[in-house]
Design a protein around this ligand. Structure first.
Ligand code: TEU
Ligand code: CA
Length: 546
């Protein structure tokens, strides 16, 4: 067996820069703010930061609409700040993974400005244009991710352009080789600055065949990813994380199989999609059930057991905070936050922590649409009002799954604006910051932070966590998560109660035994056998020795 790659034994941490730490009081988090918090992250023990976009952008989608790939948005800082971040992080053993958003650019990118001005501009073909459809309307009735049509009329050129997400995010035409060369050149420019890799935004969309109506995982996808690899990544020891909402256990290895020359790992959402409504999507959540959740997680563990690599996460800047969604953000907040972390971090793959998760931050609750800033929530609100959904029902759905509810500022202290800014934050601070904050949590030996820190260290110290085989046990148990990991004669038994009630459990053979408790969110146990009772949200892992 070859030694694991650095990104297989490290843990990632996602920073959503707008909400992380504001250094200059303008209410917007920034790069100097991130630098000032690197010690917090180094003490947590992470190996790399996935930095959500900081490039030049009009911020229609908080930076996922890039107008200049080689600058830093002034509200976030300067290129010199960015270089300093890369350097200072590296000095603490932390790599910076940048967010590569190349399915689309901003409509304010100079390419698009040229493209929309004239059909004769070379950049015109960098985007996806179609003539009007029937009755001079849009070429198809396909809806955009953030509401409205995917097609926007451009009178200057007498054509519609494609914006899969929003009109401010026109899709790039990957069929154009000059465009692809520009992108690879830009990637090399960043890689040469010393970054540790890329998280690739909606990368499964770049191979689309628009006229066939195929957007996700289209016919050109893997050809382009392999070309990208040859032109930029080959020979560099970096990590690449491919975001995809469509990848399945059947297609995952096409992206991250060891001989593919494409990506290190996929970042998939099957466990999220499983609980969305067929018509109203995320804004009408389906009730959670553990059996479905486990079936999805475990299917991915099995599918990438021998080849490929998983990303392990429940939350990010597009998803609700996990303690609110899957745990209990009231009475058992601390216990359930630790339980969820234990279950996720001890599977096979690279765990990702979304800023604030390491102290058990919860979703903020909003009551009015005016409290939202998010292009998705506002766009879909407009669509669903037209469909006859009531504002009350919509807000209820948005509180469960809306993006802004998990994008409120990082809670550093119990003081004013949670210590995030000395000014007025761009979006409201969660009022629970008086109790839930870094300072308070870190002051406790049994805080959520301490638990995450331990999990991260365990992954570095125990090869069974990074490399061990995964075996699910008691798979259809409705309340308990149970699995074993085995590696070179070592067995790790992981058990968790996913509910706020005590649960009696008959320990199956593949799990039972005595040994050393590696981690627990209650009193440590050094034995599991026979019939046991797990306390509400109890979770632990034992390295079995007999
Ligand atoms: O997200 C991809 C994506 O499909 C999401 O928009 C998703 O559909 C939705 O947020 C969840 O319901 C990526 C980024 O992570 C997201 O922040 C961007 O808005 C999006 O791409 C466009 O760049
Ligand atoms: Ca600022």
């Amino acid at each position: 067996q070859t030694a694991p790659a650095w990104w297989q034994t490290s843990t990632g941490y996602q920073i959503y820069p707008r909400s992380f730490c504001d250094s200059n009081g303008d209410g917007i988090g920034d790069i100097p703010g991130i630098i000032s918090k690197l010690d917090h992250l180094a003490e947590l023990g992470i190996g790399f930061i996935w930095l959500s976009p900081v490039y030049g952008s009009p911020m229609a989608d908080n930076g996922y609409d890039i107008s200049n790939y080689r600058t830093i948005a002034p509200e976030f800082g300067t290129l010199a700040d960015m270089d300093r971040l890369i350097r200072e992080a590296r000095a603490r053993g932390i790599g910076i993974v940048m967010d590569l958003v190349v399915n689309h650019s901003s409509s304010e990118h100079h390419w698009f400005e040229a493209a929309r001005a004239s059909r004769d501009a070379p950049e015109h073909d960098y985007y996806i244009w179609r003539d009007p459809g029937p009755q001079n309307g849009p070429p198809s009735d396909r809806r955009a991710c953030f509401g409205g049509s995917v097609w926007t009329w451009e009178p200057n050129v007498g054509r519609y352009y494609l914006g899969f997400f929003s009109p401010e995010q026109p899709d790039l035409n990957w069929q154009n080789p000059a465009l692809r060369a520009e992108i690879y050149d830009m990637m090399n420019w960043w890689l040469d600055r010393g970054i540790a890799g890329f998280r690739m935004d909606v990368i499964s969309l770049i191979g689309k065949d628009v006229d066939a109506g195929i957007f996700e995982e289209g016919p050109y996808l893997h050809e382009f990813l392999q070309e990208m690899h040859r032109e930029t990544l080959a020979g560099r020891d970096v990590v690449t994380i491919g975001e995809s909402w469509s990848v399945s256990t059947d297609t995952a290895l096409l992206y991250c199989g060891r001989d593919r020359g494409e990506l290190s790992m996929v970042f998939q959402f099957n466990h999220v999609i499983a609980f969305e409504d067929d018509v109203l999507g995320k804004f009408k959540p389906k009730p959670f059930d553990l059996a479905t959740f486990k079936a999805v997680q475990f299917a991915w563990q099995r599918a990438l057991q021998d080849d490929g690599w998983n990303s392990l996460f429940l939350s990010n800047h597009d998803l609700p905070r996990q303690v609110s969604k899957y745990g209990d953000d009231g009475r058992y907040r601390v216990e359930s936050a630790k339980m969820l972390a234990t279950v996720m971090h001890l599977m096979k793959g690279t765990p990702f922590i979304y800023q604030g998760e390491e102290i058990g931050m919860t979703n903020a609750a909003f009551s009015r649409i005016e409290q939202y800033r998010d292009v998705e929530t506002l766009g879909i609100y407009a669509d669903q009002m037209e469909m006859g959904v009531t504002p009350e029902d919509f807000i209820a759905g948005a509180n469960a799954n809306g993006r802004d509810n998990a994008r409120t500022p990082m809670q550093w202290t119990g003081g004013d604006q949670a210590g995030f800014t000395s000014g007025t934050p761009w979006i409201e601070v969660n009022p629970n910051s008086a109790e839930i904050n870094v300072e308070a949590d870190r002051a406790r030996d049994d805080g959520v932070f301490a638990h995450y820190r331990k999990l991260i260290q365990l992954r570095r110290d125990h090869p069974v966590i990074a490399l061990g085989r995964f075996e699910a046990l008691a798979e259809d148990h409705p309340h308990i998560v149970a699995y074993a990991r085995t590696h070179e004669g070592v067995r790790l038994s992981v058990l968790a109660n996913f509910t706020g009630e005590p649960v009696m459990f008959d320990v199956p053979d593949g799990l039972a035994g005595k040994g050393t408790c590696l981690i627990s969110n209650l009193a440590p146990r050094d034995e599991v056998s026979g019939r046991i009772t797990l306390a509400p949200f109890e979770a632990f892992a034992i390295e079995i020795t007999s």
